[in-house]
Design a protein around this ligand. Structure first.
Ligand SMILES: C[S@@+](CC[C@H](N)C(=O)[O-])C[C@H]1O[C@@H](n2cnc3c(N)ncnc32)[C@H](O)[C@@H]1O
Length: 396
């Protein structure tokens, strides 16, 4: 069997398997059957399964053979194509550890879930932010028609490779290389807007460039964790509202919004005031309470470090308001040492109390309101329920 035939066969099997697992919405099946993902992912990395530090291993036809490469391509896996914003030397690819993925072909089942959430029709025009390998762009070109699609990628090397891949797939959508947080420079607003990179707040340009009644599907995330997938209806030129439709996924952050590498000044051992707290650092790690903690401290970062006595402490730092909280085990409970103008852990305690009082609702119970100068995540209703402000993206 020739390689293209094998690719076609594997693609059909893959679509069949996704559909059988309930992960392929019927209206996207044609696109998954038609788009040659292997043209978008000629070489990539996947994480190995060994315990310990994650190591990513390269997969190319030369390294593993055509069939093994194609089997990886036509599987429900995220295929990583760039780390730390640096292009990979594919002439001699080596395993990589201690690096952060900065471009990939997203998990196909997630891509089709997001495309389905767009709820488009034959007439829909779409702006996509985060072209990446071009795979999701190609699915949309097949489904809506390439002339309806605009896609924006910030990294010029990634954008060039996506353009070539889309060309090999036979599609010529409008491709822009630039910072998508500033929009797509559209003359007419799109009916639908989708983003496959995480943002700290919805860039206002995305709302401005989406037609009234149109939808924005994107993932919000903070520096502590991902918040989840949101779908917003653009009501008019002044606001968009909607809700979280899934607690996951965790997309890579928009390049321009990545956390600063420098954490700022660490508090000295005798800085701040110590008190008891009912909540230990576990609340940061649990899915739902972690979501609430992220809302309570939108600019915070956290890490664990042993003190001089060898006991672990969890540091929470907010360079924006120069405040800190250090959590330590205290007998059977926890104590917190806080300093700076804002009681960071106090914000978490207060937000958790509001959340518990509302019955500890899941992420998908939270609403989202976006206005030009204010973005809120809320419970119950936007005007009177508990609400949290999102940091608004600079330049939007
Ligand atoms: C998860 S990948 C995209 C996956 C892609 N949709 C696919 O199917 O292959 C996220 C992409 O967003 C891009 N990106 C990050 N920040 C961006 C920005 N401000 N504007 C446009 N693209 C951005 C990254 O360079 C990366 O290629």
């Amino acid at each position: 069997m020739t390689e293209p035939d094998l690719a076609t066969e594997l693609r059909h099997e893959f679509a069949e398997q996704l559909a059988a697992e309930g992960k392929l919405p019927a209206q996207w099946r044609d696109a998954v059957e038609a788009v040659p993902r292997h043209e978008c992912t000629p070489a990539f990395y996947v994480p190995n399964d060994a315990p310990g530090i994650t190591t990513y291993v390269p997969i190319t036809p030369k390294l593993v053979g055509d069939e093994a490469w194609l089997r990886r391509v036509y599987s429900d896996e995220t295929l990583i194509t760039q780390f730390d914003g640096r292009d990979i030397d594919w002439s001699d690819p080596q395993p990589i550890s201690g690096a952060s993925p900065t471009s990939s072909s997203t998990l196909p089942s997630l891509v089709v879930q997001m495309l389905d959430a767009l709820d488009g029709d034959d007439e829909s025009t779409v702006t996509e932010y985060g072209t990446g390998t071009g795979y999701s762009t190609a699915l949309m070109c097949h489904h809506f028609g390439p002339e309806k699609i605009t896609s924006v990628e910030t990294d010029s090397g990634v954008a060039d490779r996506a353009r070539a891949a889309l060309d090999r797939c036979g599609y010529a959508p409008r491709l822009i290389t630039g910072n998508g947080l500033a929009g797509a420079d559209r003359t007419e607003p799109a009916d639908r807007t989708i983003a496959t990179m995480g943002v700290r707040g919805i860039p206002w340009a995305w709302v401005r460039e989406t037609a009234p009644g149109g939808l924005v599907v994107a993932t919000l995330r903070g520096w502590l964790r991902s918040l989840g997938l949101v779908r917003l209806v653009v009501e008019d030129g002044q606001h968009a509202t909607g809700q979280f439709i899934a607690a996951e996924p965790g997309f890579m952050m928009a390049r321009q919004q990545e956390a600063p590498t420098n954490l700022g000044m660490l508090p000295a051992d005798d800085d701040g005031k110590t008190r008891e707290t009912a909540h230990g650092p576990g609340v940061l790690r649990m899915p739902d309470s972690g979501f609430v903690a992220q809302l309570a401290m939108p600019n915070a970062r956290t890490f664990d470090m042993a003190g001089d006595d060898g006991r672990m402490r969890t540091f929470v730092l907010d360079a924006a308001n120069e405040s800190f909280a250090v959590l330590s085990e205290d007998g059977d409970g926890w104590s917190v040492r806080e300093g700076g103008p804002v009681s960071l852990w106090g914000e978490v305690e207060q937000s958790l109390a509001l959340w518990y009082a509302a019955g500890a609702p899941a992420t998908t119970e939270f609403g989202v309101s976006v206005e030009p100068d204010r973005q809120l995540i809320w419970l119950e209703n936007a005007a009177e329920g508990p609400s949290w402000r999102l940091p608004i993206a600079p330049g939007s």
